[in-house]
Design a protein around this ligand. Structure first.
Ligand SMILES: Nc1ncnc2c1ncn2[C@@H]1O[C@H](COP(=O)(O)OP(=O)(O)OP(=O)(O)O)[C@@H](O)[C@H]1O
Ligand SMILES: [Mg+2]
Length: 453
């Protein structure tokens, strides 16, 4: 058969080509095991961390089709193992699974995101309409900036909470953990820090929170003025495990956007423990072996990958990070707490005992440390801080005896002094929700109590 090869034929062929739909690659759902969806088919076209959309046909109405976005979390034999971002209801064996040529998560933040609340996919959930998208794509799982190109931590960052400002000064680009049991006051402290900090922007990730608490946090704790310069990321405890884990990644990705704009960003995640638990559940579902307390090895490789993304950047902007860690039953050696403590540049310990005495924020200064402190603190203030710490330590040693009435006044001048100064120091360490104290005011007040400085 001969065919005409004129130019007319070529353009006709090109025109025909343009109407051909782009090739779509589909696999098929072969099994669902707990949280996992197994997909068979063109497995070589799928990649770890890539996205697959399971197409649910029919459902209730005959015409409706819905897609359930999933992320590939592993491979086993000739199957891909994927996890859903939404409910698997209606998914059947044989459902087509569209293989998308993109990572499962990327966002395009812009300055218009300030004051807004988004979910773990970067979609607005505050009912305030669509979110303006920025020009640049920020992958959820970015690499930390190269170690050798990073700046060093900057000058102190005023957090507005005097106990931290004076005893545990945080620098721009520093990362600290807040270790506390449940109900000890983490959320209230985070909202105070977001409202009173001198940073330009606060990015707050609420990971695995109770749904009821989210509105309380936004309206009562953070308030309108705090929210105005914040972006809040929410994945409540009832959301799929992938959403809970990715909420932490989205929080960092938004913080990276503002850092790249040259801003000083305060990035807070409440809590890293729930991020670790989500990663553990993903690992277990994918067949990872459980190790310490059921946590899987990827938990301990993902934690540094996440936390290292906070810190100074290569340009002007920096991400100062505050991450809460749940320490149940005062077990500060629990594996996640241990791992986080090793990665960060300091820890703030909150204690139930102090909260029970009615002192908020319930920070135990003596058990907390900021690793940049001796270098970052203005040397003029160091004697004041040392003296105050010594008074606190002396009192803490004798506290039981004093309370039991077994200490006789006059036995030790140091203890007598500590007893005399304690009421003022306790008042200094406590701080109401509606009160802010700058670094300068804080040191002046502390010096007035213990002298020196
Ligand atoms: N600065 C403060 N001033 C007065 N009360 C406070 C302060 N901080 C915390 N509280 C009290 O402690 C309670 C618990 O605080 P918060 O919700 O912040 O704890 P949490 O550690 O986040 O708890 P969970 O682990 O349940 O999330 C608050 O409802 C409030 O009554
Ligand atoms: Mg809380």
């Amino acid at each position: 058969m001969t065919q005409e090869r004129g130019s007319g034929g070529l353009s006709a062929a090109l025109a025909a080509l343009s109407t051909v739909e782009t090739l779509e690659t589909f696999g098929r759902v072969t099994a669902i095991r707990g949280l996992l969806v197994e997909v068979a088919g063109p497995v070589s076209a799928m990649r770890l961390g890539g996205r697959i959309d399971v197409v649910v046909e029919g459902g209730g109405a005959a015409t409706s089709t819905a897609t359930v976005p999933c992320e590939v979390i592993g491979f086993a034999g000739d199957r891909a193992l994927a996890m859903p971002f939404g409910s698997l209801e209606g998914v059947r064996r044989g459902c087509p699974a569209l293989v998308r040529d993109e990572a499962a998560g990327a966002i395009r933040p812009s300055n218009a995101w300030l004051g807004r609340t988004v979910d773990a996919l970067g979609r607005p959930i505050d009912g305030l309409g669509p979110l303006a998208q920025g020009p640049a794509i920020y992958p959820l799982r970015a690499d930390p900036p190269p170690a050798h190109g990073r700046r060093r931590v900057g000058p102190p960052l005023d957090l507005g909470v005097r106990c931290i400002n004076t005893f545990l000064t945080m620098c721009r680009g520093q990362r600290m953990g807040i270790f506390a049991g449940s109900g000890v006051g983490k959320s209230v402290l985070l909202s105070m820090l977001a409202r009173y900090t001198a940073a330009d922007v606060a990015v707050i990730g609420l990971v695995g929170e109770r749904g009821r608490e989210v509105q309380e946090f936004l309206q009562d704790d953070l308030g309108a003025e705090g929210l105005a310069r914040s972006v809040v990321v929410v994945a409540t405890s009832d959301e799929p495990v992938l959403m809970r884990r990715n909420a932490a990644y989205v929080t960092l990705a938004i913080a990276e956007y503002f850092r790249d704009q040259g801003a000083q960003v305060l990035c807070m995640i409440d809590s890293i423990t729930r991020f670790a638990m989500a990663q553990r559940d993903i690992g277990l579902a994918g067949g990872e072996p459980p190790t310490a307390k059921g946590y899987t090895p990827t938990v301990f490789s993902e934690l540094p990958r996440l936390l290292e993304r906070a810190g100074p950047g290569v340009g002007e902007g920096a991400i100062s990070g505050l991450f809460t860690v749940l320490v149940e039953g005062d077990d500060h050696n629990e594996p996640v707490a241990d791992a986080v403590r090793g990665i960060l540049d300091g820890h703030i310990v909150m204690e139930r005992r102090i909260a029970e005495q009615g002192r908020y924020p319930a920070i135990n200064v003596l058990r907390s440390v900021s690793r940049t402190m001796p270098r970052s603190c203005d040397p003029a203030h160091l004697p004041t801080v040392r003296r105050a710490r010594k008074v606190l330590a002396t009192y803490s040693d004798m506290e039981e005896l004093i309370r039991l009435g077994a200490y006789r006044a006059g036995s030790s001048p140091e203890v007598d002094e500590a007893v005399a100064l304690m009421p003022d120091l306790t008042a200094f360490l406590g701080q109401g929700k509606e009160e802010a104290t700058s670094i300068g005011e804080g040191y002046a007040r502390l010096a007035a109590i213990v002298g020196g400085g």
